[in-house]
Design a protein around this ligand. Sequence first.
Ligand SMILES: NC(=O)c1ccc[n+]([C@@H]2O[C@H](COP(=O)([O-])OP(=O)(O)OC[C@H]3O[C@@H](n4cnc5c(N)ncnc54)[C@H](O)[C@@H]3O)[C@@H](O)[C@H]2O)c1
Ligand SMILES: [Zn+2]
Ligand SMILES: [Zn+2]
Length: 370
Amino acid sequence: MQQVRAVVAKGKGQPVSVETINVPDPGPGEAVVKIQACGVCHTDLHYREGGINDDFPFLLGHEAAGVVEAVGEGVTEVAAGDFVVLNWRAVCGECRACKRGDLHYCFNTHNATQKMTLEDGTELSPALGIGAFAEKTLVAAGQCTKVDASARPAAVGLLGCGVMAGLGAAINTGAVTRGKSVAVIGCGGVGMAAIAGSALAGASPIIAVDIDPKKLEQATAMGATHTVDSSASSGVDPVEEIKRIAAETYEGAEGADVVIEAVGRPETWKQAFYARDLAGTVVLVGVPTPDMKVPEIPLIDVFGRGGALKSSWYGDCLPSRDFPMLVDLYQQGRLDLDAFVSEEIGIDDIEAAFEKMHTGDVLRSVVLFS
Ligand SMILES: NC(=O)c1ccc[n+]([C@@H]2O[C@H](COP(=O)([O-])OP(=O)(O)OC[C@H]3O[C@@H](n4cnc5c(N)ncnc54)[C@H](O)[C@@H]3O)[C@@H](O)[C@H]2O)c1
Ligand SMILES: [Zn+2]
Ligand SMILES: [Zn+2]
């Protein structure tokens, strides 16, 4: 067992604090990872606000890269010294999804069996089974995906959650390809990655929608061909605007082929539903809170518009396939992961980073550990 510093959310809505935690030595199937960088994702804030569940205290942080320090008995997939990106889809191989060959849906992803605790022995709930706003964390070995060790930790760590979720929402869930039009509603880290993924896949037009003009400027740099300011003060109806832009390229189009919702709200999901072309696809990658309901939509519209209404869990990624590939694209200069790193911060700066998320000043704040 060893003691390290880590960021803990102790109660609903309470500011996070930096605490000393106990990290057990890795048992069978487990690994201890020395964290180098961990991004601040909106989901961390959801945890702190009690929007995911009530299993406080949470050990926050889950978009991380680091070096394996030690592995437990029987671990063969990684070894001490490996540079890894942590994932929250450690495929179990035994659940219904795995058995039918859909590894990217694994319903029983592995986490460490032992618990990390506060100094007084209180068990911590690591965010998404990771808990990486910590100098070291304990995970299941399958949560460690080995990637090119020369890559920048702050950039590739983001593949561990938000960037992978967005890229995968476009490329995997939405099956975006060249010849398709895409609209992305909500251009935070996740939505921006959906834009980058759509650009990588050759889609056009790529329409970025946000209520914050600062985000729209960045979206253009990420590959958006058009931007739509959907704030109330703009007076623009985003649904009509998406339809108009899609029809400029594809005559007769009644919307975008794929509309990705990356906010997680009923009203933006409804916009996505109606901004989509006939037989098009809606991808919900934003995470709603438990109180939210599907907006009222005539059932005849669901039938009459056809197509697919999908959700994207973690971009339907398979870490062993997608992380090394995306790190390679990054190293080749074909995927600008650096553009997602707005600032590098310290372990004491998480609350300030949450604040910046609200003011729209950052895509990702990334905590660096020395
Ligand atoms: N499905 C997954 O696996 C997965 C993984 C990671 C994160 N997420 C979720 O994705 C969502 C986005 O995460 P993020 O880190 O990018 O958050 P973020 O806070 O950085 O970005 C949200 C963006 O939405 C914009 N926005 C807010 N209200 C809007 C509206 N009414 N219309 C248009 N734009 C609006 C904001 O201006 C901001 O740019 C969150 O709900 C997060 O929990 C999902
Ligand atoms: Zn499984
Ligand atoms: Zn996340």
